[in-house]
Write a protein that binds this ligand. Structure first.
Ligand code: PMP
Length: 400
């Protein structure tokens, strides 16, 4: 008698994990899917510029393919790229060794790898919200328990952290703190002082910090290093800190899927194992593009940031001029996050704006319950006239 027997083909089909069945679909995608491909919709729903990747980066990828670099590479990335990423991080934040770097398939893969490395099912994760939904969905996928600490909206439309509430939420039972600053969608950022307070607390509770700093260069406050405050500025290499980075935002490379992790050196070889079991490696031509991006960083990123600032400074005053709109200029990132008085259902509103105004925005509720009633507008537009046109459509829809 076999230990088990299949009685019918039906019994072969096991139900999928309940976690997956109940997983919330991204509501940014829900709105975008309803309007994608419609030529009459101005899309501002995703976090990406409509400007293609700089030519010098594309050329490097083409040359790599022409050379026939079509094979697997090291799990942790090309040594040259890891070295250049370490040099770049060191320029911004003080010495970071290449033994702390893993090259990943974008920031989102970096986030998932970090969570796979740090979380067992049932572990407690504290996340500061509102935040890009992937950061709160990934711990759920892994079976962790998520506790959210909400930022609070201020009368001027900016969002603020209640530090006491955050520290109270992080206890020795907290395995991981997930933070994204500069923040998508609110534009909120952490000060260096706040980072010191959080790091000291997490050292005391034994909690890992997963800092998503993919918007560090898209920072509009005056700084000596043209970069937002980073946990790397203050932490020791062996602190329980993993920083997530991406080429997507500062180098206009969203479609390439290229990012990296900075972690304690002792974790790096183990991360290599996880890369193997997830994606094995990043394609070599993509990594060559990353090398070109870093080689030309001084020409590319300051221009990208200056343009993003011009976009922000075009869009925000236009929105502020509309009656019933609360919005503050983001300190960092690429989003205007705003509330429209009398519109409590952001998903329904975003869908109506697509259908009736030809305006594609992301609903606040995609980022957290407390962001219900808000909308996110990605202002990364090559032509700032498109932003004005979008506001014109909103105005018309509002009957103004
Ligand atoms: N983190 C945050 C906060 C983001 O907004 C994004 C992109 N929207 C990412 C990570 C991931 O970016 P990518 O995978 O393109 O590197």
């Amino acid at each position: 008698m076999p230990a088990f027997r299949f009685h019918s083909t039906r019994s072969l089909v096991q139900p999928m994990r309940a976690t997956l069945a109940t997983l919330q679909e991204s509501r940014i995608r829900e709105v975008a899917n309803a309007g994608m491909g419609r030529g009459d919709v101005l899309p501002f729903w995703f976090g990406e510029s409509d400007e293609p990747t700089p030519q010098v980066i594309r050329d490097a990828a083409v040359a790599s393919l022409q050379r026939g670099e079509t094979f697997y590479s090291h799990n942790l990335g090309l040594p040259d790229l890891r070295e250049q990423v370490a040099a770049y991080a060191s320029r911004l934040h003080g010495a970071v060794g290449m033994d702390r770097i893993a090259i990943t398939s974008g920031g989102v893969n970096a986030l998932m790898l970090a969570m796979q490395a740090l979380l067992d099912a049932g572990d407690e994760v504290v996340a500061v919200t509102p935040v890009w939904p992937n950061l709160t969905a990934q711990p759920v996928v892994l079976g962790a328990r998520l506790r959210c600490v909400p930022l609070s909206p201020q009368p001027d439309g900016a969002w603020a952290l209640d530090m006491a509430a955050l520290l109270a939420a992080i206890t020795p039972a907290t395995r991981l703190l997930v933070l994204n600053a500069p923040n998508n969608p609110t534009g909120w950022t952490l000060s260096a002082q706040e980072q010191c307070t959080i790091l000291a607390h997490c050292r005391a509770t034994g909690t890992w910090i997963l800092a998503d700093e993919v918007y560090e260069r898209l920072y509009y406050e005056p700084t000596p290093n043209a970069c937002a405050p980073s946990f790397l500025d203050i932490a020791q290499p062996d602190d329980r800190l993993v920083v997530v980075q991406s080429f997507s935002k500062s180098f206009l490379m969203t479609g390439w899927r290229l990012g990296w992790l900075v972690m304690p050196p002792a974790l790096t070889p183990h991360m290599g194992k996880l890369v193997e079991f997830n994606t094995s490696c990043v394609s070599v031509f993509t990594q060559r593009a990353g090398l070109a991006a870093l080689a030309h960083e001084a020409d590319i990123t300051p221009r990208v940031v200056a343009h993003m600032r011009a976009c922000r400074d075009t869009l925000v005053p236009l929105l502020q001029a509309l009656p019933g709109v609360s919005v503050a200029p983001a300190k960092g990132g690429m989003y205007a996050f705003f509330r429209l008085e009398g519109q409590p259902d952001s998903l329904a509103l975003a869908k109506r704006l697509v259908a009736e105004a030809g305006l594609g925005l992301a609903p606040g509720v995609a980022f957290a319950d407390e962001a219900e009633g808000w909308l996110r507008w990605c202002f990364a537009s090559q032509d700032t006239g498109r932003l004005a046109e979008g506001v014109g459509r909103l105005k018309k829809w509002l009957g103004l």
